[in-house]
Design a protein around this ligand. Structure first.
Ligand SMILES: [Mg+2]
Length: 260
């Protein structure tokens, strides 16, 4: 259900910015991160919003941009990969927030070290996202996952200490080394500062700690935020949806409201 506050804010806005995370928010988690299967129902739902001239829709994901472009093969929307380090605009323009060449050499140094660490280990997946390296261990037993991810973090700390702006991102049986600028909050700030026409109203929906970085930024712009989670956990978000299926229903309601 859309809240009364949200409906009022939408009515008063000239532009509505609808910023959405992908995995865990719009779609259930894929079995492995290299599973890239577009969901026709979801694509149709997003496409509906592109017919509304007052709406700017953006997908902001930690996945690499090429994956998001495959998952949501639509013009007329913002698509941000690697937490927004690389994006395509609604007109298809390619935007990079930092220089790839400044990032890649350090990752090239670390990658073979992580590969050696994982050699012979079952269930781990090293994802080279170009702008970052991610280690997935979702299907690995707890203690082993923790041990290997800790060792990977130590190896990465050498890369982190070279003076280049890198950071480690954590998560559930997950570790990623990424440029410091890989931040959804920073990306939301960039989009709204550079492209939003006032009076605009922003809605952001996301499910994890990377999205929590975006919530306060959206609030400083007068927007509302929704957490997608089954658990009533600590969050900066204004409201909660339980599952990606609920998110989709919520978006359908929003679309109907915007049409009317
Ligand atoms: Mg997510």
């Amino acid at each position: 259900m859309l809240s009364t506050v949200l409906k009022q804010k939408v009515k008063q806005a000239r532009e509505v910015w609808l910023l959405l995370d992908y995995d865990g928010t719009l779609a259930d988690f894929a079995p492995t991160p290299d599973t890239i299967l577009p969901d026709p129902g979801l694509v149709a739902l997003i496409k509906n919003f592109t017919t509304l001239p007052a709406v700017q829709l953006g997908i902001i994901s930690g996945r690499r941009l090429a994956h998001i472009e495959t998952l949501v093969p639509l013009d007329g929307i913002w698509r941000a990969g690697s937490y927004g380090l690389e994006m395509t605009s609604p007109k298809g323009e390619h935007i990079e927030q930092i220089e790839f060449s400044a990032v890649r050499p350090s990752l090239e140094q670390l990658k073979p070290r992580w590969e050696r660490l994982l050699a012979g280990q079952e269930g781990f997946y090293l994802e080279d996202k170009g702008w970052s390296l991610a280690l997935h261990a979702r299907f690995v037993e707890d203690r082993l996952a923790e041990s290997i991810l800790n060792q990977a973090a130590s190896l990465a700390s050498e890369t982190l200490s070279t003076g280049k702006p890198f950071k480690l991102l954590g998560g559930y049986k997950f570790l990623e080394i990424a440029p410091a600028g890989a931040d959804k909050g920073q990306t939301v700030q960039y989009l709204l500062n550079n492209y939003a026409l006032p009076p605009y109203f922003t809605i952001y929906l996301g499910d994890d700690d990377k999205d929590e970085k975006a919530f306060p930024v959206v609030h400083t712009h007068g927007g509302l935020t929704g957490l997608v989670s089954k658990q009533d956990r600590q969050t900066a978000a204004d409201f909660r949806l339980e599952t990606p299926a609920q998110t989709r229903q919520w978006l359908k309601d929003l679309y109907s409201f915007l049409q009317g």
